[in-house]
Design a protein around this ligand. Structure first.
Ligand code: DP6
Length: 355
């Protein structure tokens, strides 16, 4: 029996950019995000009669192996599996594909190995060990992921704080460059921790930014939410710009898209931007303004295409079928866990473009 599951990407408005514990992958400060709807990672899993596992994985093999190892340890189930993990949007370009892929994988493994009986907080732990931000893709709407204080992360939990309907928002992703980024978030965070003079300052503002974001949601104040989101995002990128050597994900198209958003706002169109570890700019606005924004953003120099999504209550879920446009499951390639563990943390397997 093959099972299918999917999880959406999520975009942080108050960012996670640093860890208090790398072994358990615990964040230094809490973060606040929106869960999307259509930018999803799909996972198919079927049992094999014997090992090794078979994988088709767009993403980071080391992270995926960590999730699988934790799931097997918790469920005491070592059933060999054929696993396909496919994004239906660009991987590794700051569109939070590691969040959706690790969330979808953890969610699907619970069904495959434990009939879906694992508490969501434990599934979230498996996802977190793959990628911290993945925890948030397991929850709907506007999500708070609390850093907690427990050394092993028992109080590092996420929860949905508002339904998507609290403040309906569309998201327009301005794709400036959809190639895999030169430096991944995990390594970039470490460099910032070790070398950036504004790293501590960024974390010092976290509590106030969270308070402002939650209050903006409570009062359905888009302008206030936009203001804190943009400030927090630019503060995170300032930390990176001051690292040694500096990390600068911005490209010309990134700056141009930011300028377009600011100009549109001056003209009275409610919208704001946020940018993660990549050059692509995510613009959020009330749905009624999407057509007008679309026109302006698609004519922005350096923006190669737009992707559309919305804040949604459809978090990780089981799916009845597998999308026809994705590569067939089960995969024909065979790779053992040992081989997988040897692959570098930046390698995609199979390489992008291969089925
Ligand atoms: C800029 O979750 O990818 O998107 O836990 O090391 O895998 P690891 O990091 P990851 O970092 C996401 C960073 C961010 C901000 C955010 O999503 O909060």
């Amino acid at each position: 029996m093959t099972l299918y599951a999917s999880a959406p990407s999520n975009i942080a408005l108050v960012k996670y950019w640093g860890k208090r514990n790398t072994q358990h992958n615990l964040p230094l400060t809490s973060s606040f995000s929106v869960t999307l709807e259509t930018m999803r990672t799909w996972v198919a899993i079927s049992p094999l009669s014997d090992g090794p596992d078979r994988w088709a994985l767009y993403g980071n093999p080391k992270k995926a192996m960590r999730v699988l190892t934790e799931a097997r340890a918790f469920t005491h189930n070592s059933q060999p599996l054929a696993i396909s993990v496919h994004n239906d949007f660009p991987s590794g370009a700051g569109l939070a594909s590691s969040a959706s892929s690790m969330a979808a994988l953890a969610f699907a493994l619970d069904i495959a190995l434990n009939d879906g009986n694992t508490p969501l907080s434990e599934v979230a732990r498996w996802a977190r060990l793959g990628s911290g931000s993945a925890v948030r893709s397991l929850y709907p709407g506007f999500v708070l992921w609390e850093a907690g204080q427990d050394p092993e992360g028992r109080d590092c939990i996420a929860q949905s704080r508002f339904h998507a309907s609290q403040l309906p928002l569309d998201l327009i992703a301005c794709v400036v460059d959809d190639r895999t980024k030169p430096i991944g978030s995990t390594e970039a965070m470490e460099r910032c921790r070790d070398t950036s003079p504004s790293y501590a300052q960024f974390h010092a503002r976290n509590a106030d930014d969270l308070r402002r974001a939650l209050h903006a949601l409570q009062t359905q104040n888009l302008e206030a939410l936009g203001q804190v989101s943009e400030e927090n995002c630019l503060a995170m990128h300032a930390v990176m710009h001051q690292a040694q050597p500096p990390i600068d994900y911005f490209q010309d198209g990134t700056h141009a898209a930011i300028a377009t958003v600011r100009a549109l706002r001056q003209q009275g169109l409610p919208c704001f931007f946020t940018i993660d570890a990549g050059p692509n700019v995510k613009v959020l606005c009330p749905p009624a303004y999407t057509p007008a924004l679309r026109k302006a953003l698609e004519h922005t120099a350096g923006v190669t295409r737009l992707l559309f999504d919305r804040v949604s209550d459809s978090a990780a879920r089981q799916e009845p079928t597998w999308p026809a446009h994705l590569p067939a499951h089960p995969p024909s390639n065979t790779i053992s866990p040992q081989q997988t563990a040897l692959l570098s943390s930046t390698t995609s397997f199979p390489p992008t473009g291969a089925a």
